[in-house]
Design a binder for this molecule. Sequence first.
Ligand code: URA
Length: 204
Amino acid sequence: MLDLFDSSRNKILEAAAYAEFKAGLAASGCQRCALANSRTQIVVDRGNPDAKVVMIGEAPGENEDLQGKAFVGRAGRLLDELLKELGFDTNRDSLIVNVVKCRPPDNRAPDPREAEQCAPFLKRQLELVKPRIILLLGATALRHLVPGKKGFSMREEAGKFFSHPEYPGVEFMVLYHPAYILRDMRKKPVMVEHPKRFREKWLG
Ligand code: URA
């Protein structure tokens, strides 16, 4: 996904090591989409790039934008807490990233153009980290990682494993986004149940 007319982005995408990629993107001052106007900083990730699990969320929110780390607000704390009960430490056992790396105004979902501009960065993250399992947190992540999937319902997709032709050998799973659970705590039991299914794959 190199662009002949964007040498600064190409340099980031050509980084051979994750640390180099991360430092390059964080310092890039990227202006490829309008989210550059609303962000405080570019939020590349949180966690361990050597882990075998990558979790993909939607976009940084207010706390993430201020701290420069993914999923450090209320939704992130809930995610950490739910997974900790399974012996899974999000900072040690996963790398957490987002579909877009900059905070959208008023925390709206990223629009397709913004996601498209950011997609090469997400793709490169996945190439460098080479996860065995990818957890898609919520509908935005599913929509952007599997563009052919139209008109799906999260009730049908959440908790399921699937494979993706672009990522051979990687197991994908869809989970409810933790912010969705925060809005309706009655959904918490499924958010607890689904990661239990994933735990077996993670340990296996
Ligand atoms: N929600 C997301 O999707 N990502 C974050 O980093 C924080 C909240």
